[in-house]
Design a binder for this molecule. Sequence first.
Ligand SMILES: [Zn+2]
Ligand SMILES: [Zn+2]
Length: 356
Amino acid sequence: MNYRCVHRWAFSNWGGSLEPREDPLEAPAGHEVTVRVTHCGICHSDLHVQAGGFDMGGGKLSSLERAGTRLPVTMGHEIGGEVVEVGPQVTSVSLGDRVIVYPWLGCGECPVCERGDDHLCPKASRNLGIQLPGGYADLVRVPHDRYLVPIGTLEPARAATFACAGITAYGAISKLSPATADDWVAVIGCGGVGMTAVALLSATSPVKIVAIDPDPAKREAALSHGASAAFDPTAPDAQKAIAKACGYNIAGAVDFVGAESSSSLAVNLVRRTGQVVIVGLFGGEFRMPLPMFALKSLSISGSYVAGLNDLRELVALAQRVELPEIPLDLRPLASVNQALGDLAGGRVVGRVVLQP
Ligand SMILES: [Zn+2]
Ligand SMILES: [Zn+2]
């Protein structure tokens, strides 16, 4: 294979479809590594990247372009593959290693990045698949070998999804206080990330899980991955029915949708001292009577992907315990536009993983 030329699927205008293109690739310098992409998951946030931003509520949109993202954009941040080229200073990986790539890069130099929290870097965002070219390609250039996590004997398609779906779920449930077998946790939105959270919670925590999703196929899948109950949030009186089924003892609610309706459902479902973690980026605005915070002793937090060390911990966890497996839907890279359309239309159960 010629590592001097990358074949990518990229969009050249915001909201436009992805087109195949070829770009030259320099030999890796310093700590840079070239990874031959064997698998790349499609994430719901790719739809926002393609659209050019997020709905911030009240008709306002965030803009990736205003924040400095340049066209064309090669998306894809759940990258798994094989190390095929290393720069002269690379010591932590070797040619042929099977790895996944941590994509949420910051400046790489500040104290926040140095402790592995690149995703929270106050100085720069250099995310692979947004600001830097991502994994909808046959090759990806990684700026430093420290962002590579060897996967050992893990199945590469599944391991690739750890880089976003996996750590987003892991990071969000890590924010919940320890709970007992009498407590319930509500998982709202059971797409790829929500389903991973159901699987991780059932593998690592004694709590009972209630899965909440309008799609019967997703509710069914959540029940088979460890949820004890599942509800359709659009059914009449859904909130009352869910609260009752959980004995009015929902200690935490993780909102993987992040819409106005899902976040207010989360806040209303949790018991006093309950925790709400908002993860999804569907968009909109959140309003709540201020006395609710005090009267319910409520905590609300957000969670955005997770750090490099979380990815390493998740890989180690997957090697140690048998995690219930979320459904994967493997498709060729060339069908990426169709796959994004299916995701936008809610026609995907689990995670689509592209294979270049
Ligand atoms: Zn993602
Ligand atoms: Zn930094």
